[in-house]
Design a binder for this molecule. Structure first.
Ligand SMILES: [Mg+2]
Length: 193
């Protein structure tokens, strides 16, 4: 019995605050109204696919739009410096972190130290449960899960397997169903966990 309960609690660590098809569906006005001041974002498969290097105009417009809503933008990637830096510069992103080792907390702690925002004012957008959503929940910040841009996604086999496994468990527990986005909540309050 106790074991069952623990399993359920553990799964909650993989539950995003919001689930959308793409970053393009994010309602920045609504995020701002719910008190978000810092938008953190994963790069690979969230903003570009693994086989691209250069941000397209949608990405550039999204970043511009975040800034024009008076929110700060941070690119928060597990990828290597050269790829992250090149992408960030071309997308007009001023703050970027590479080699973040999500779901470990080190770089997240650094962001919290460097930037003057409370946890309730931060959100992380990403396509993976076991890196992005997990690090967000472990850091007590909100998260937006988006569907990955590419299926053949350059992750190791074990990461892909775990991602599928957790998705399946979340569906079994009726916590999250793949492809069933909660865009309906966009006008309302975003809730965490
Ligand atoms: Mg990703």
């Amino acid at each position: 019995m106790a074991n069952k309960k623990n399993n359920f609690l553990l799964l909650n660590y993989f539950k995003p605050s919001i689930y959308l098809e793409s970053y393009k569906k994010i309602n920045l006005e609504s995020l701002k109204n719910s008190g978000i001041k810092l938008v953190m974002c994963d790069m690979d498969n969230t903003l570009i696919s693994f086989n691209e290097r250069i941000p397209n105009s949608d990405v550039i417009n999204f970043v511009k739009s975040v800034y024009s809503h008076n929110m700060e933008f941070v690119l928060f990637s597990n990828n290597i410096r050269s790829r992250v830096e090149n992408f960030a510069k071309k997308a007009g992103i001023k703050n970027y972190f590479w080699d973040c080792k999500k779901p470990l907390l080190g770089k997240m702690k650094l962001v919290k130290k460097l930037m003057p925002y409370k946890e309730t004012e931060m959100v992380l957008i990403g396509d993976q449960l076991i890196t992005d959503v997990l690090v967000a929940n472990r850091s007590h910040i909100k998260s937006i899960l988006v569907s990955p841009l590419g299926r053949n996604n350059g992750e190791t086999k074990i990461v892909q397997f775990l991602e599928r496994f957790i998705l399946k468990r979340l569906a079994q527990k009726n916590i999250l169903h793949e492809g069933f986005y909660n865009e309906g909540e966009l006008g309302g309050k975003y809730e965490i966990l």
